[in-house]
Design a protein around this ligand. Structure first.
Ligand code: ADP
Length: 181
């Protein structure tokens, strides 16, 4: 059981770039009834140099997964963490109590990535990945189906409803793990 000795859960928020992971994670960290540390894994990789190389053409880093997992392990095993990353299959299954996969209509996603200044081929690649539900399939094949939850992230009302659902889930988790409701 992932969470046997933890006081607070580990929530993975994943999805194609631009689906809203960081936005959700920040608000959830603010509104959670238990303290949750938001780790933006992409930023972590950059800040700590946990990559093998930077690909200029794709404007992306080749992550050193072994080092990344080694650095995350002691933090994650304490619990009370939101792991925010565009992929989730590298994380050990035992880490996650809940895996949220954010989804977005591809035309909206295209606009978000354009605004971010991504090169066209990177926008296309991510757009296709979203249409083909690559991250959702990856989550479903990496974790027990009952902890993987797919949520739409298109407008502000989705954002509010999704965070409210996660807060409710945390309250129940806490009750089940001997904390207050
Ligand atoms: N549900 C949503 N409603 C409105 N805007 C959103 C929503 N989700 C994300 N956005 C916007 O889309 C952009 C990308 O969101 P971000 O959280 O950075 O995505 P990610 O972390 O998945 O790359 C941001 O400008 C954010 O404000």
């Amino acid at each position: 059981m992932a969470s046997a000795s933890r006081q607070a859960p580990v929530i993975v928020i994943t999805g194609t770039p631009g689906t809203g992971k960081s936005t959700h994670a920040q608000i959830l960290a603010d509104e959670s009834p238990v303290p949750l540390k938001h780790i933006n894994v992409g930023d972590w990789v950059k800040e700590r140099g946990l990559y093998e190389e930077y690909d200029q053409e794709w404007q992306s880093y080749t992550v050193d997964e072994d080092r990344l997992l080694d650095e995350l392990e002691p933090i994650v095993s304490e619990g009370g963490v939101i792991l925010d990353w565009h992929t989730c299959e590298a994380f050990p299954e035992r880490w996650a109590d809940l895996v949220i996969v954010l989804r977005c209509d591809h035309t909206k996603l295209w606009e978000r990535l354009e605004k971010r200044g991504y090169p066209l081929k990177k926008i296309k690649e991510n757009n296709e990945a979203e249409i083909m539900q690559v991250v959702l399939d990856e989550a479903r094949s990496s974790y027990p189906v009952e902890i993987v939850v797919e949520l739409q992230s298109e407008g502000m009302e989705d954002l509010e409803a999704n965070v409210a659902r996660m807060v409710e889930w945390i309250k129940i988790w806490r009750k089940e793990h001997g904390g207050e409701s």
